[in-house]
Structure formats: C-alpha cells, structure tokens
Ligand binder design. Structure first.
Ligand code: GBH
Length: 462
C-alpha cells in the first residue's frame, strides 16, 4: 500500500516552542514572551517560558541531521515575525536609499537564520513546509523571502486556538477573557469572533498575494491549517447527531466554511448569538477558495451530545466515556487527548466529503502519561504508548486512503522534539526526540523508528 509519489512524510515544530534565544539578532518580544513573563498572573503550569525552549536557534543544524536520520522527506516549521521584521526602530541598515525608514523593515540577521535553515533542509533532501503564523507573532504577512526554495506554504496554524484560547478562555497569549480571574479583561462572547474573522481575512489576502505575485514563477501551493477533533455522536439520537455537527461547525466550520464554501456555518450564527462579523462582497470573493488544500492538525476524538452552554464548542457536551461506561480510547498525559484511531479515519472521511480538498495532515501526535518523570532518560525513550498511537493513526490514514478513497497528501508527526507546550510549559512532552532540558541533549525515542519504518514502507519515491 504505497502512498502518492509526492506524499510528504515528516515532523512538525513551531518557532516559539523550540527556538529560544529571544533577544538574539534584534529579535523583539512576541505576545508569547509577554504572556510567559507576566508578573501579575500565573499562566504557565510550571512557570516556564520559551526563553530557552530546546535551544534550536543554536542547534538547528544538529536538528536537521536528526530529521534526516529519521527518514523524513519533509519538515514543517514556523517563522517568528519578531525575528523577520526589525521592530527595534530605525536601525540604519533598514533605511532605503533616500534614508526613509520603511514600514515593516526586514531584519537581515533573523531572515538569514531561516534562510540557512531552509537551504540546509533542501541540501539534505527535506522539503521545507513553512507556517507563516503559529501564534507567536504580530499579524504581518510577507512571503517575499524564501519562495525560491519553499513550495509548501501554510498561512495560519489553528486559528480556532488563537481566537478561542487567546481571546475567549484566556489560557493562551494574549490572555484576554471575561473570566473574572483573568487579566487583561476581554469580552469572551465577542472578541474570539472578531479575531477569527480577521484571521480569515489575513489568511485570504496572504494567499491572494502569493498566488498573484509569487506562485506563477515559484510554483508552490498555499493553504490554511485548521485543527479538528473527530466529533462522534454520543448515541443514535437525532439530538446527539445534531450536536456533533454543531461541534464541527464551531471548531472547524467556523474557518473552513468561509474559506472553502464562502459563508459561515448556519449554526454558528445562533450559537454565537449573532456575534459573527460579516464579510463584504469583495472580501468574500477573496476568502472563498483561498486555500489550495485542507491542512489538518488532529489529535483526538470526542463523543458529543446536546446541552452545553459554551458557544466556542457549539454549545455541546463532550466526553470520552461511552453510554455503557467504557472509555473511548487510551489515555495520555493531558485530559483533552485520548487515542482513538477509528475516529481519525471518520474525520478524514468527513472532511473529504464536506470540503473536497486534498488533505495535508500537518500535525498528529501523543504525549505519553508521566513521561516527564520517567528516569533515567534511557527508560523514558521507550515510549510504547506513543508507538501504539502512531501505529493506530497511520493505519487509519492508510485505510482512509486505500479503502475509502480519501485524498491525503502528507503526514507530519507532532513533534520533532519535546518542546515548550504552551500553557503546559515543559511538563507535557510531544516529541519523537527526548530533550534533556538541562543539557539540551537530544535522545531519539523508540516511536521515531516506528515512523521511520512506516515512511519507508509506504513511500513510492524509492
Ligand atoms: C497543537 O494544538 C498546536 O498546533 C501545537 O503547537 C501544540 O504543541 C500541539 O497541538 C500539542 O498540543 O485547555 O483542555 O481545552 C492542538 C490543539 C487545542 C490542544 C486546545 C490543546 C487545549 C486543551 N489544542 N487544547 S483545553
């Protein structure tokens, strides 16, 4: 069962989660620096930050060798706009010939870092897949650099998370929420929808710029990555089925419907209490059809029934416990994730049927329970549960492709390295490589050899 000739087999990361070196080469703070260093409030489980993360800004070459040794032909990463644009104000090198200061002046040293990374990847035969926005940055979009070598562009990573976790629940940067305990104060009923709306527009105009100015000569593709959960009706009742659909609409359709179909999902108007801004005709023409593919990050499944009050999950109740009291799947280190491969197959089918776009799986992975406290590291690298997870999910992908005819074009495991897991800090490890945060030494885990073998077995590009 070989996958398509250009199938991308790889690992994914994100800038703030791995780079460290927050002040190197004129980098200025992002919202995540501010959030993790907030002295007024406690946002991160272990009080950590991405200041060091996995020290990838220094160890990038070594990390590319890891990717190569893992048999991948692709690597998905994001760029930090705090490095790419010089916000330090008026550095001489950023003035043009007339001495005028430019808007969004490029920061040469920061750009050079990514340039070096990309060139090295290409040299090693690893296709760079570049995410423009993985939460850590100002919303400035700029694809002029790197286009000669990067053929796979992802505009946004999981806009649902940025809008809902950052402006609804306030658990991610910039931490806004109407929750009394949280500061700064926001309006959770309204702000996520305004942020989401503007993210859709930012994505659409970036895609338009790329397609018009760069794609014709550079020949790449551009699209958005959304996160989804496989929403499965709790039971056979029409109420549960409708609830599962509402959950899809609130999580994924919120972004996917405008982008692929040209309108917000009907249920979201009522669920959000009419908080959705509207698109002008002109905007809609840019938004509709603005993604070449369906970029999908997915980790888990939920059983859904009617009844909740939270608009951000479609006013549904979600659980991992079936009506007969059994658990849906294998538990992980975090309460929101259980392994349920059959759900992944259902999800791939649902998205293919609903949006009819080739699906690029851009993240999928599993944090082993208590992996952080297993000692010594030589023991921790025996990540049996993660192997089990990857075995199930990669097999579900093959079934979706070969038995159901779903068009899937990539599989990126999250993540290349253990890293700064946002609000969880360093307590939750998603890597296929163990990082010793004291020495920054990398130790491949057993699961990566499982993936390497899977890549080899299903690649038709021998
Ligand atoms: C992805 O998000 C991210 O793209 C990546 O950066 C991250 O490291 C990775 O997954 C692993 O988490 O507060 O209980 O509601 C995945 C989707 C959605 C998972 C929000 C965590 C919050 C759980 N995320 N969810 S909860």
């Amino acid at each position: 069962m070989l996958l398509s000739k250009d199938f991308l087999f790889g690992f994914a990361t994100a800038a703030y989660q791995i780079e460290g070196s927050p002040a190197a080469d004129n980098r200025t703070p992002s919202v995540w620096d501010t959030f993790t260093h907030d002295t007024q409030a406690h946002h991160i489980a272990d009080n950590s930050s991405g200041d060091e993360a996995t020290d990838h800004y220094k160890l990038w070459k070594e990390d590319i060798q890891l990717i190569k040794s893992y048999g991948a032909n692709a690597y998905r990463f994001s760029v930090s706009w705090s490095r790419i644009i010089d916000f330090t104000g008026g550095a001489a090198s950023n003035s043009d010939a007339q001495g005028q200061s430019q808007r969004d002046p490029p920061n040469k040293a920061g750009i050079q870092f990514y340039r070096n990374l990309i060139e090295e990847l290409v040299k090693e035969g690893i296709a760079p897949c570049l995410t423009l926005f993985h939460w850590d940055s100002p919303q400035v979009l700029e694809d002029r650099e790197f286009g000669d070598l990067v053929k796979h562009w992802i505009t946004l990573n999981e806009p649902w998370c940025y809008a809902s976790l950052g402006y609804g629940y306030g658990v991610h940067a910039p931490g806004r929420s109407s929750d009394r305990a949280k500061s700064p104060k926001g309006d959770s009923a309204l702000e996520p929808y305004i942020v989401g709306h503007n993210l859709i527009l930012a994505h659409a105009y970036a895609a338009k710029a790329y397609r018009e100015e760069f794609a014709p000569t550079q020949g790449g593709t551009i699209g958005v990555t959304l996160d989804s959960v496989s929403y499965i009706p709790y039971d056979d009742t029409p109420e549960s089925k409708a609830a599962a659909q509402r959950a899809y609409d609130a999580r994924t359709g919120w972004f996917a419907d405008p982008i692929y179909k040209g309108h917000y999902p009907a249920s979201l108007h009522s669920v959000s209490n009419n908080a959705l801004p509207s698109f002008t005709e002109e905007e809609l023409a840019v938004v509709k059809g603005s993604s070449d593919f369906f970029g999908l990050n997915t980790y888990t499944s939920n059983l859904v029934r009617d009844g909740g009050s939270d608009p951000l999950n479609g006013k549904t109740k979600t659980t991992f416990v079936r009506p007969d009291g059994t658990e849906l799947g294998m538990k992980s280190h975090v309460p929101w994730l259980q392994s349920y491969p059959e759900g992944f197959r259902l999800l791939l089918n649902y998205l293919w049927k609903t949006y009819q776009k080739p699906i690029f799986v851009t993240e999928n992975g599993f944090p082993v329970k208590n992996e952080n406290s297993i000692q010594p590291i030589e023991e921790a690298v025996h990540d049996t549960d993660r192997i089990e997870y990857f075995r199930g999910y990669t097999n579900a992908l093959l079934e979706a492709v070969n038995k159901d005819g779903v068009d899937v074009r990539s599989y990126f495991a999250w993540s290349l390295l253990d890293n700064f897991e946002w609000a969880d800090g360093y307590k939750t490890r998603f890597g296929v490589t163990y990082v010793d945060y004291k020495t920054m030494k990398r130790y491949p885990k057993d699961s990566v050899w499982f993936l390497k073998e899977w890549f080899e077995k299903h690649s038709s590009a021998h």
